[in-house]
Design a protein. Structure first.
Length: 161
């Protein structure tokens, strides 16, 4: 199965050196796309230098839902991973671990654990702790009523440590 990764950016040049290398060096050799809504801070230039594909739209046209759909279409891969640039993969195996449940037919959606950055405010810390617990889990339709708030993010569908 082909793998694509879309990194949605706006004024995020400071994150690319931590976010992109583990993706670009993944053994899966994914197609990596940096999407940008015209931030003109050098994000796109650095992404190109790092050999990621790029897609830029006018800032006024930015909408998170349509941005993801544009990325999905441009990537054209069997599996699409959506990331924010401040989500730093711990190692080059992160992507392999993340998509394995999908490739194995055990999940339709998979999410990695997100941990708040040092110095994050209490809302960010509590939100990450609730939506991304330390233990991996698989949620099924029967537990929908228990997870209705979390399911809006699909964060508890499956999480790989």
């Amino acid at each position: 199965m082909s793998i694509g990764v879309a990194v949605i950016t706006f004024k995020d040049i400071r994150h690319l050196d931590k976010c992109l290398p583990p993706l670009l060096n993944s053994p899966l050799r994914p197609k990596v796309l940096v999407f940008n809504s015209s931030s003109n801070d050098g994000t796109i230039e650095l992404a190109k230098k790092m050999e990621a594909d790029t897609l830029v739209i006018p800032r006024i046209e930015m909408n998170h839902g349509s941005a993801r759909e544009l990325c999905r279409k441009k990537l054209g891969t069997d599996i699409v991973v959506m990331m924010t640039p401040d989500a730093y993969p711990k190692d080059k195996e992160m992507l392999s671990k993340l998509v394995k449940p999908i490739i194995d037919g055990k999940a339709a959606v998979s999410y990695a654990r997100q941990v708040a950055h040092p110095g994050a405010n209490v809302i960010a810390r509590l939100g990450r702790k609730f939506n991304f617990p330390e233990e991996s889990n698989i949620s099924i339709t029967a537990s929908y009523n228990l997870l209705i708030i979390s399911l809006s993010f699909f964060s508890r569908t499956i999480r790989i440590s």
